[in-house]
Design a protein. Structure first.
Length: 169
């Protein structure tokens, strides 16, 4: 009785396209290593390109289907560019002091093989995060939430990019 039920569950899982996370079956067998350089970043948030590359490396290592390698040894290169980082006020108190902000990031990324062919590309990556503005005792506005929000965005974008690449194959 248990065996037919297990077979039925396996049949349904395979029929709906479900697969366990890991190396996509259609990845070229020669793709074993990947290089993720610091992203180009013309924005005022100068460290964000580094933060983005770090988040992508962590996500790729977590999946375990590719190994991070130096550029000259990598089978694939996942490079990206920050198009814009915009910070704007979301809510204000009676005296027009900002209480909450939204940071929005636009970016693009591409995966290139050793021969220089683009294997995957997304030119319209977008994510935002809202965060509270903290006031100092002297009444001066400080913005520690901005970096926290950018780090959250980088983790979210790394997840999105990883899954877009995997689902493309």
């Amino acid at each position: 009785m248990k065996r037919p039920l297990c077979l039925l569950v396996l049949l349904f899982l395979s029929a709906c396209g479900y697969q366990l996370e890991g190396r996509p079956t259609s990845f070229a067998p020669t793709w074993r290593t990947i290089y993720v350089p610091v992203w180009e970043n013309p924005s005022a948030d100068i460290r964000f390109g580094e933060i983005m590359a770090e988040a992508l490396r962590e996500r790729i290592e977590l999946a375990g289907d590719l190994k991070i390698a130096p550029a000259q040894e990598a089978d694939l290169i996942l490079k990206g560019q920050i198009i814009s980082v915009y910070v704007g006020g979301l809510s204000f108190d009676v005296y027009t002091q900002t209480l909450e902000r939204r940071v929005s990031v636009r970016a693009k990324a591409e995966l290139i093989d050793r021969q220089g062919r683009v294997v995957w590309r997304n030119d319209n990556i977008y994510r935002y995060e809202d965060y509270p503005v903290v006031k100092e005792i002297a009444g001066e506005e400080v913005d520690p939430g901005r970096e926290i929000a950018l780090r959250k965005i980088s983790r979210d974008l790394a997840e999105i990019i990883y899954h877009q690449i995997i689902s493309a194959f």
